[in-house]
Design a protein around this ligand. Sequence first.
Ligand code: AMP
Length: 192
Amino acid sequence: MRLVLLGPPGSGKGTQAARLKEYLQVPHISTGDLLRAEVAAGTPLGVQAKEIMARGDFVSDEILLGMLEDRFARPDTANGFILDGYPRNLVQADALGVLLERIRQPMDFAVQLEVPTDLLVERIAGRAKAEGRDDDSPDVVRNRLDKYTSQTAPVIEYYRQHGQLTVVDGVGSLDEVFSRLIEALAPAKEVG
Ligand code: AMP
């Protein structure tokens, strides 16, 4: 199963992706996690990305694509993947299409987790307390949500127009949303 998970910050993408990974037995590739690992390791890329991420801005498309190419080169992606946090703009959506075509791994689904904005703000505030992410402060959250609306929402339209989009209601408990996701993915899971 080759899956792209789309949804705004706070939509529960990361949490659901972690569960789906167990269910589908494919790796969860989170570009945010990959970047945070670079930051934690203090690599040159991490040093470059740190401040950009702390502002809630996007790290460059070139860096993201390079990171993703490296990640897809690892053998655990042979049976599929759950991609979380990418693509975040139309340039990245095109780049992903080209990359997946090249490695002959066309995506099965782009799934949008749909959550109303007021609930997002609430959830992120809760997460800020629990995890202490430095990009969860109110100003930065606003910037991340604005970026989502202006740059990532068009990606959803792009997949909709290509007939690849599945929309899943992201409001409810983790279990409820997970059940909806599994239901939405069921036809493709049969095929493998
Ligand atoms: P996330 O954990 O997906 O919310 O990502 C955390 C931060 O990493 C984002 O706010 C961006 O600064 C950066 N980031 C993650 N994925 C991307 C991407 N596809 N393009 C640009 N920046 C990204």
